[in-house]
Design a protein around this ligand. Structure first.
Ligand SMILES: C[S@@+](CC[C@H](N)C(=O)[O-])C[C@H]1O[C@@H](n2cnc3c(N)ncnc32)[C@H](O)[C@@H]1O
Length: 285
């Protein structure tokens, strides 16, 4: 949609967690108006059906083991296309400003003098919990919730999270990007004073029909860790806190929860060649 001005605009859009019905009306309209759509791995391809005929679709990754654009390349692409006068939809999974690098892209746009806007999305931190029957707050169980990255754990890519502080930052902890680190995070939380019997849910592919839910305790995760590092393939999010207990009563979506305790050390595995959108059979033992 070139409006004749010398510069276009970039819309940073949250595509939601997976269920295409969770795309907002504003997001659907923006996708439908865009000249070019730059989308990430965690965007459900079904939401691209809102794009108009002739719109250019550019996949920007990122998935482990495949070539994907660097953040600088993505920033340059957004800026260049807007400078050509295009309306650019930058689609990200969940919400762009929740562990989505939306802030970094917005800063780059501001520095380049590009007009931009953000369209919030439904974050997986909220939606995956809801589809697993877990209210993040509840008067009887939890009066606070914290969103935390799992990258800051032992074995993670950085050390930005102080788990001694994070462990007590809220009643309910929602830990993003915890594949590969959740067992060591469980240990850090217990060492920092959370009870070993604290309930934990690990939700994979939350809100998709093939959503998987694993329920147990911090102690179960530590046990799995001691038996050998568990493999948890992304996308996985962990919910830690008493609210997880409610999933037994509020499991409306119908995922069949698997006990963490019953998993072998490599029990939480997705076939490495799994392609998003294709049918999928859970491989939990
Ligand atoms: C780079 S972050 C993006 C978060 C996103 N901006 C949001 O608000 O949901 C990627 C992480 O989000 C979580 N995630 C995203 N979609 C998910 C889903 N459908 N089910 C479970 N976790 C998900 C996982 O922890 C994944 O590793």
């Amino acid at each position: 949609m070139n409006d004749g001005k010398s510069t276009g605009k970039v819309l940073l859009i949250g595509a939601g967690p997976g269920d295409p019905g969770l795309l907002t009306i504003n997001a659907a309209k923006a996708i439908g108006a865009a000249d070019v759509i730059v989308y990430d791995y965690l965007v459900n391809p079904e939401v691209l059906a809102h794009s108009r005929r002739g719109a250019e679709l550019i996949y920007a990754g990122k998935r482990a083991g495949e070539h994907s654009m660097t953040q600088d390349e993505i920033n340059d692409l957004l800026i260049t296309r807007a400078q050509l006068g295009q309306l650019v939809a930058r689609l990200k999974g969940g919400d762009p400003f929740v562990f989505g690098r939306g802030g970094e892209e917005a800063e780059a746009l501001v520095e380049a003098g590009i007009e931009w806007q953000v369209i919030p999305g439904v974050s997986s931190g909220v939606a995956a919990a809801a589809y697993a029957g877990i209210p993040l707050t509840h008067r009887g169980y939890s009066s606070s919730v914290a969103f935390i990255t799992g990258h800051g754990a032992r074995g993670g890519r950085d050390q930005s999270v102080d788990w001694q502080i994070a462990a007590h930052s809220a009643d309910t902890l929602v830990i993003f990007m915890c594949a590969g680190t959740i067992a060591s995070i469980a240990r850090e939380l217990v060492e920092s004073g959370r009870r070993p019997s604290t309930p934990v849910a690990i939700i994979r592919w939350g809100t998709y029909q093939h959503q998987e839910v694993h329920i147990g305790t911090l102690d179960d995760l530590i046990g799995i860790d001691e038996a050998g590092v568990p493999t948890v393939e992304p996308p996985a999010i962990a919910i830690v806190g008493e609210v997880v207990e409610l999933s037994k009563k509020l499991n409306w979506f119908g995922s069949n929860p698997v006990a963490l305790r019953s998993l072998s050390p490599v029990g939480i595995v997705t076939p490495s060649d799994f392609v998003q959108g294709e049918s999928y059979v859970a491989s939990c033992e």
